[in-house]
Design a protein around this ligand. Sequence first.
Ligand code: UDP
Length: 430
Amino acid sequence: MRLTLHQLRIATQGALPAAIGRGVAALLLLFTAPVAAILWMRGARIRRTPRMGRHGALVMEQTLVNRSGAPVALFHAIPRLVNLAKGDLGWVGPAVQTMGPSQLRTEQGRVAASMPPGIFSTWRLRQRTNVDFGSQTDIDAEYVRKRSPRANGGIILRSLLTSVYGGESRAALTGRADILGLPLDNLSMDQAIDAIVTPAAPGRLRQVSFVNVDCVNLSYRDGAYRNTLLQSALRLPDGIGLRIAGRILRSEIRQNVNGTDLFPLLLARLATTGQGLFLLGGRPGVADDVAAWAQANYPGVRIAGAAHGYFAAGEEAALIERINHSGANILLVAFGAPRQEKWIERHAGRLRVDSALGVGGLFDFYAGRIPRAPQWLRELGLEWTFRLYQEPGRMWRRYLVGNVVFLSRVMKERAKRQLGVGQIQEQVNS
Ligand code: UDP
């Protein structure tokens, strides 16, 4: 049988970059081996951690640990270069994992495992900036299907950049994260959706509020809004700013649970449960466009109704009647913060839905009125820079001034806490 040129190209696809990657690792190993030898003489040892390699093969990932078992600072990765040189790990690939080969039972799992796992990966990158939505297997399979030298370069670059403000956390995850006096529900995206679709007790509307940096700043100027946030059933941490604040205040944020990423995942869930959705807000026509988009992309979804957000006070009672008679279980309100949160609170007693969410500008994204930041910017935690670029006139105050004000409040809070700890220690000592 003769191979055509095309078949040959497919069979060898990625072989050259892989060979280059192994060569680079071997070269680096040559230069760093003396360092490893010195550390070894001083008591450092190689730890071998079992990993799932290509097609489910067992791979022993090697790292350098000191006597106490902790990774050696700076140089712990030297022995891993052996894995890279041998090719059982790659520089970029599906995420390294300990998981058993059970994932090989699905098609997605087999695609994800068809390459050696990479020490840089889309999944790990997204974990760093808290945008690791969906399953690891799906993200890995998507990487394998779309991989290219250019994509790999981007993943390495973004991983290095985000290691400055992402990276491994030190603080433990707890159910509540406290950011500047606002207790946040520290849920994953999936857990948040679980909570939102759970039927509420009759007459007990569940108000769901997303809290981003701008909302926190707003809550300092607007006490009524702060109270509205505090009485919400769920407060969900939205955006990279809160994650950074969580790092600084030792109150780790689990995931970036923002409305824009939540919306399609919520639709996917509603398509299976059959619960109805009402879309309220935006300029005339926008909510209808979002409804059409949702219907086209999630055919099982039941859109109970849609209405724009520019109604007169006199029309409000009829609007609420319409929502209540639509059979909607979940209501999205997009008037922008803080108007939407206050509106939901004001009418909570009359709205007969299980959950009402204030979702800000997300209708404008899904109606196609405003393009959303590209994935690579989101992975960097820099979606906000895209909003600033789109509407500098309206956004400069929110982002350029707001972020600085927010960060300075966070630093002040940390200083206050450290002072507090210092005083307690003084008392203990005296
Ligand atoms: N909006 C509305 N009714 C109003 C004022 C605003 O429906 O009386 C809509 C507006 O059309 C836009 C959204 O509310 O779609 C506010 O978007 P913005 O980007 O300001 O919200 P953010 O996400 O910043 O809170």
